[in-house]
Design a protein around this ligand. Structure first.
Ligand code: ADP
Length: 187
């Protein structure tokens, strides 16, 4: 089980790793590991739509009507509906096909584009789940390193409105893997 949250500070922002349910997070936005249809699904996507209510799906439908399906590696923002967070940033991570199909670049892009959307909307705090490591099959060890390095690079590169990035990991194995990856960065 998770003990103390694992933390690190970059520029003016804090990165934290916790174990929990992202739908309970009260950061300005939570990130949804969506699929290109933006019509909801299983895993964290289903949990977010269930907890947030129909306003989220309504806005997703408007986005798809306007700009079509959301390509892998991109991100869009909607209301948080009934969630404690005011916004949901929907991103699409890659499906794991063995590692030679651009998966790493696409996962980096999913995190980077989500952070860009957060900064563009002047948000100060954002929570991420472990994008792609559930139904999409991305190995957790590889995903954790890529996720953390991408967030660190973004926060190091320039000053933004962001002051807090939280990884909210559902199960203890994923939590431990991200915590280890962040500790390895610290040393
Ligand atoms: P993907 O299709 O991108 O792989 P999944 O939703 O299947 O997305 O899984 C991504 C991660 O989200 C998995 O580690 C899964 O355990 C986790 N997850 C599922 N429900 C929640 C939740 N309520 N809060 C945080 N993480 C969750």
């Amino acid at each position: 089980m998770a003990d103390k949250p694992v933390k690190m500070t970059v520029n003016k922002a804090k990165i934290a790793i916790i174990q929990g349910d992202i739908t309970r997070q009260a950061t300005d936005a939570i990130v949804n590991a969506a699929n290109s249809s933006l019509m909801g699904g299983g895993g964290v996507d289903g949990a977010i739509h269930r907890a947030g209510g129909p306003a989220i799906l309504e806005e997703c439908k408007q986005i798809v009507a306007r700009q079509g399906r959301l390509p892998t590696g991109r991100a869009v923002i909607t209301t948080g509906g009934n969630l404690p967070s005011r916004h949901v940033i929907h991103t699409v991570g890659p499906v794991w096909h063995g590692g030679n199909k651009g998966e790493e670049e696409l996962l980096e892009s999913a995190y980077r584009e989500s952070l860009k959307v957060a900064a563009k909307n002047n948000l100060t705090s954002v929570s991420f789940p472990s994008v792609s490591t559930g139904a999409f099959g991305y190995p957790v060890e590889l995903a954790a390193t890529t996720a953390i390095n991408t967030v660190l690079a973004f926060l190091r590169r320039k000053e933004t409105s962001l002051r807090e990035v939280v990884f909210v990991l559902f199960d203890s194995r994923t939590y431990e893997t991200y915590a280890k990856a962040l500790k390895e960065v610290t040393v």
